[in-house]
Design a protein. Sequence first.
Length: 330
Amino acid sequence: MDKPKVFVTRLIPEGGLELIRRACEVEVWPGELPPPRQVLLDRVRGLDGLLCLLTDRVDAELLDAAGPQLKVVSNMAVGYDNVDVAAATARGIPVGNTPGVLTETTADMAFALLMAAARRIVEGADYVRAGKWHTWSPTLLLGYDVHGATLGLVGLGRIGRAVARRAAGFEMRILYFDPYCDAGQAPFVDLVPCCSLDDLLAEADFVSLHVPLTAETYHLIGAEALAKMKPTAVLVNTSRGPVVDSDALYEALKEGRIAYAALDVTDPEPLPADHKLLTLPNCLVVPHIASASHATRTRMAIMAAENLLAGLRGERLPNCVNPEVYAARP
């Protein structure tokens, strides 16, 4: 019996690839960059399964190019804004993602960025490497205390709650805004009740973003929102780049209307080396590495492979973002 044909759009950790190789005829895109659009359209023709990344646009055109035999799309990410889920559902194709596994690792990074920005860690390291450190100075690279400060969480899902747990260890006052959050999900009984976004922005010393990218959250943090923040506030984004308006953020940082930004995700992404945000000393940018630990990325690859293989067998995906697709089946 012929093995199902699968395309994996980038080299992923071996733990996941090995599972796929055992059961499938698999092609893996070898490049560091994602496959170009036309290449992806060509490679999907006749496939039984597709394992993709958040950098791959999976839309109606791509699904139709694959053909009616396509059984599953497995996205190696928690978010799935790169996939037209409605188009997949209309074609009876389940879409998988990898939730939960990267929660703690991403929360670690969010808090690391928060602390690095507050205490100007990267600026300090650059200062030493540039040979500027000549003596101790009482006014050199002054930053902001984390302990006892007010943290505003925009989004109180898994990652937001994990960041709240870390903040509790620093005796931070924790505010959150999440219109979809059940109060029973709050991680601490002494968590300040859900407030409005305006109140959170006005009160928080640190604002950390943990929302998915949707039509409602696109440019959620724009010029109007930034104007409501304290001039000493720090913005941290480990969610999706377009949640923040990059042009508005640049102006707010340049003019000192907020103190600092620390970004794991950007818009555009990747951020060009000559982008204006990178000219600012008070903007720390890292290359979308919040989940980049050996253990977490391996587990993500395994979960993505398990979703893929379940779909190929005609079974329910362990983690399916459109379970309604099964209701339409006989």
